[in-house]
Design a protein around this ligand. Sequence first.
Ligand SMILES: [Zn+2]
Length: 288
Amino acid sequence: MTASSIAARTDPALGAPILADTIAEMTYGDVSAAAARGAVILWAFGVVEQHGPHLPTGTDIYIPSARLRLARRFLAEAGIEALILPPYYWGVNHVSASFPASIKVRPEVMAALMGDVIDSLGGDGFSKVFLVSGHGDALHNRTLFEAAEAASKPDGVQAAFVADPALFARIGVDPASPHALATTAEPEPTHDGTVYADVHAGDWETSLMLALEPDLVRKDDLGGLPPTDLSADDLAEWRKGHDHARRVTPDGYLGDPASATAEKGAASIVRDARSIAEAIAARMAGKR
Ligand SMILES: [Zn+2]
């Protein structure tokens, strides 16, 4: 499967309900049989958070869910059976915390819930749980990693956070940890922007949502959103969160949403899904 063979919205795995292809559509017998066959678990972590005037608050839920639906297919091609959990979406909001509709959950609440879910999976006979994040907030991602580490059992279920090495570096996670699994994807061409920093509801995320859920994007408004054109210092100020972020980005986006296209978004989803699947396949083969 290549990026060009998956055009935006022509593949049902792209724009699908977030419970599609998850265990919520299976019977307990199906799930139990998959555990007995050695299936791995995939789990996406999003958040309900403001994404500018043009994207829905569930952006960070839709995106990783789509990545996992495709990653599951790539894993099947590699002979690895995977089940997808319904996405986790009560995440930690630090950066966007001062905006409406950015639901704030304490890290310890998220970690406790993750621990119980991973324990349940271990009790059902699953031994590998792979977590991916759709939300860039550093505290959210540190919580994810620490909870994966804490929930793993020496002779039982093992959880690992699958992410790109730049994220691990930013949140201070050692990529050599057994609970970290670094992907080797090329950096997103638009993500760090040679022209503009583009990290939140900009070109990158807007392109993804145009590919996945175009009806949820306020397309008529896109042309009127100027690029934020922020420096590295502005980005550092924004990452301090709360009122800092609201001052730096009063409209809630950081990047260039008007440059977004569905084609870029579809290509990005395929690239990310492939890198997630490759990292998991390498881990399962004992190579990473
Ligand atoms: Zn986002």
